[in-house]
Design a protein around this ligand. Structure first.
Ligand SMILES: NC(=O)c1ccc[n+]([C@@H]2O[C@H](COP(=O)([O-])OP(=O)(O)OC[C@H]3O[C@@H](n4cnc5c(N)ncnc54)[C@H](O)[C@@H]3O)[C@@H](O)[C@H]2O)c1
Length: 334
């Protein structure tokens, strides 16, 4: 196949020449449409809080998913979580039992990244929020995924442009920022890196709608839109607790009752993961160089102490491992 700006996908077996496509708009549109349709095989890298939700949503919408993690334990937990979440949907009458089983049958797990991405059309990276780690994973994905594959990251804040620069296909690197919990939340923040192509962006926008999500396109600056606005609010809530302006429940109540937020900022921070919040604030602080983004010392301390929120069982609240019922953590009881 000749190398053309358009032959991004091996599924279109005989790519028309650029001259023919330039003169025949409908042929070009067919070619683009076929590329989009052919995105069937997905890999999700990282099987933690977000990875299991992303795998769940793709599989439930008919995509074949390889879920990849370096930890077998994380993969086992992810499969159990997906099964439990599907059971909950069945119990609520939102899903038929047969669909649950089909969904699970579309998910394979894998600890080898190179094998897991080898025949995939789209890879969504959802590993730990660590810039160097992400660049390393993207280099591996770039080497082992097919040349047509789109490489997406679910990063909350790290520059898409910087991650893309670690690959030989920056035009096919994009941010696909799902919200937590993925099966429930409608938004996908689609982030265009400096070099992301128009085609790749429109393919990912369209694909997101096939997952029954609503994509919103934004540009690549630290924290994008969602976390640039959310994290300073969470940080300010932690700062208010640290200074003794209010207790955990009082701060959350003010924001729930006064601002109609469904969850208070401290509970939300626990839910996101305090380590994830700290990483995002560090990216905002480094990226903009403004003191207003500096993480509160209490947040830094809690992460150092391993109090990461829901995933570790304790953050601002203490969580029952079975029921996830919460009470204010002993450290913050007044
Ligand atoms: N937690 C949230 O609410 C939230 C929301 C939106 C986006 N995000 C982003 O999603 C990503 C994942 O966050 P999370 O909360 O799911 O983290 P998590 O800590 O729950 O899970 C991360 C997973 O990545 C795995 N991992 C680490 N190195 C790996 C590697 N080299 N190869 C494969 N897997 C590897 C870990 O074993 C772990 O299972 C981050 O970039 C985060 O910023 C998180």
């Amino acid at each position: 196949m000749r190398s053309t700006p358009w032959n991004r996908n091996v599924q279109f077996h005989s790519t028309p020449s650029p001259e023919v496509m330039a003169s025949d708009k409908s042929l070009f549109n067919t070619f683009v449409a076929e590329n989009k349709r052919s995105m069937k095989k997905i890999a999700v890298v990282g099987a933690g809080t977000m990875g299991n939700g992303i795998a769940h949503v793709f599989a439930m919408n008919g995509f074949e998913v390889n879920l990849i993690d370096i930890s077998q334990d994380a993969l086992d937990k992810a499969t159990a979580t997906i099964s439990k979440n599907l059971d909950r949907m069945v119990a609520k009458g939102k899903l038929e039992d047969a669909v649950k089983n089909e969904t699970l049958s579309r998910i394979s797990t894998q600890t080898d990244l190179n094998l897991g991405v080898a025949d995939r059309d789209l890879i969504v990276e959802a590993a730990t929020e660590n810039p160097e780690l992400k660049r390393k994973i993207f280099q591996g994905m770039d080497t082992h995924a097919p040349t047509h594959a789109i490489l997406a990251t679910n990063t909350s804040s790290i520059s898409i442009t910087w991650i893309a620069a670690a690959t030989k296909r920056p035009d096919k690197v994009i941010g696909m920022h799902f919200m937590n919990p993925v099966p429930v939340m409608k938004l996908v923040e689609v982030i265009r890196g400096y070099a992301t192509s128009e085609d790749v962006c429109s393919s990912v926008m369209e694909l997101s709608t096939k997952l029954d999500k609503i994509p919103v396109e934004v540009n690549d600056y630290p924290g994008f839109i969602a976390n640039r606005i959310l994290m300073p609010m969470i940080n300010e809530a932690i700062e208010s607790l640290f200074e003794g302006v209010g207790g955990v429940e009082e701060i959350d109540q003010v924001m729930k009752l006064g601002m109609a937020h469904p969850m208070g900022p401290l509970q939300l921070a626990d839910f996101i993961g305090l380590d994830v919040c700290l990483s995002i604030l560090n990216v905002l602080h480094d990226g903009f160089g403004r003191p207003k983004y500096a993480p509160c010392a209490l947040l830094t301390n809690m992460v150092a102490a391993g109090k990461l929120g829901v995933k570790s069982g304790e953050g601002f609240y203490l969580y029952d491992s079975e029921t996830r019922e919460k009470v204010v953590a002993p450290k913050f009881q007044r």
